[in-house]
Design a protein around this ligand. Structure first.
Ligand code: COA
Ligand code: ZN
Length: 323
């Protein structure tokens, strides 16, 4: 049986937080529903942050309330601080994603805290969440490079990961917030962490700013990472990190994983429906590279037959999507 890779769609949060067009909670739920219908169980549905800081995430509680119609998913919400934790808990969401920082500059710009203050708050949140029955995922922003402070020391990142996994974080996710990492850095850091902690509780989050997003995904998976954030139609970018562009596209990551023989549980045809919806709703979704090839292929158009012969797929892929 094929090994599983979890693709966690962060589009409804990382993707939508930075769009000029602000979507109503009902529209965000529509997008989440489409992603869920494509077979993605893990979805980051929004964030409990100051609506003054990020107007597009206002009404996250309404989004969470609407999820009861979408049974069976593993839904999470991003939080920046204790207030965010309390709002998330009160909304009824079962998993929170608390953000830590690889640099002082990013911590200060994003949440007006020092790196260490954010660490302390995260420790408190893990304790509270244990008592209150919530799961805490820790995402470390700018785990490779910071737009304000430059390269981040991988030793520091590894230390923080070890500390928070020991404290009981469900998962520790390395985020290349501005898309500045290269596959060698990713390979080295993920190997170190997988060697120390195993792969079950680790994850990665890449942006595609320098066209290295998928290469970084591949490097992480080669090291044993089996949990990847991605964003439908490559929506994304952080409003507080200059130069951050969209996340790696869910379409591209899923196609790569399937070609490598992993099971993702995703129906690519339905995923394109979700990608189209993201594009319609935002008006700006750049879309994954895989989409242009997948669409005619899934529709069985003859025109792509030649192309397909050149894009040699693995046996697993051919079995799954027969001509
Ligand atoms: N959700 C909603 N409101 C919050 C909040 C949260 N998690 N945390 C603080 N606030 C409110 C406070 O209640 C206060 O409200 P008021 O002005 O009506 O009194 C106001 O925000 C300022 O609070 P303060 O503690 O002084 O925070 P700050 O001004 O230093 O701002 C954050 C810090 C964290 C609130 C703000 O920068 C933020 O929400 N950032 C989110 C960043 C983000 O989402 N980045 C992208 C994802 S990593
Ligand atoms: Zn991101």
């Amino acid at each position: 049986m094929a090994e599983t890779v979890i693709v966690n769609d962060v589009g409804p949060r990382d993707g939508l937080q930075n769009q000029s067009r602000i979507l109503a909670p009902e529209q965000r739920l529509q997008l989440i529903g489409a992603i869920r219908a494509a077979g993605l169980d893990h979805i980051e549905v929004g964030s409990f942050v100051s609506p003054k800081a990020v107007p597009a995430m206002a009404g996250a509680d309404s989004v969470v309330a609407g999820l009861q119609h979408l049974a069976g998913g593993h839904y999470s919400a991003l939080i920046p601080n204790l207030r965010g934790y309390e709002l998330a808990r009160d909304s009824g969401v079962k998993a929170v994603v608390m953000v830590l920082y690889g640099s002082q500059g990013m911590a200060r710009r994003n949440v007006n805290m020092s790196r260490e203050e954010a660490d302390t708050v995260a420790g408190t949140i893990i304790e509270r969440a244990r008592e209150e029955g919530l799961e805490v995922i820790i995402t470390m922003a700018v785990a490779f490079e910071c737009p304000f402070d430059g390269p981040v020391d991988s030793g520091l990142v590894a230390d923080v990961a070890g500390r928070f996994l020991a404290l009981g974080a469900e998962r520790f996710v390395l985020a290349d917030t501005i898309g500045a990492a290269n596959p060698q850095q990713v390979r080295d850091l993920t190997r170190t962490l997988v060697d120390r902690h195993g792969s079950d509780r680790l994850g990665c989050h890449f942006h595609d700013t320098r066209a290295l997003g998928l290469a970084n995904v591949y490097a992480a998976v080669e090291s044993g990472i089996r949990y990847l954030d991605a964003s439908i139609a490559s929506l994304g970018g952080c409003p507080f990190a200059p130069g951050a562009s969209g996340n790696v596209a869910t379409e591209d990551v899923v196609m790569l994983m399937e070609q490598l023989g992993f099971a993702t549980g995703v129906d690519l045809e339905q995923l394109l429906v979700a990608s189209d919806l993201a594009e319609t709703l935002t008006g700006t979704a750049p879309g994954g590279r895989a989409k242009a090839w997948l669409r005619p292929w899934l529709a069985g158009q003859e025109a792509v037959d030649d192309t397909r012969q050149h894009l040699v797929a693995t046996d697993a892929y051919i079995q799954r999507f027969p001509a």
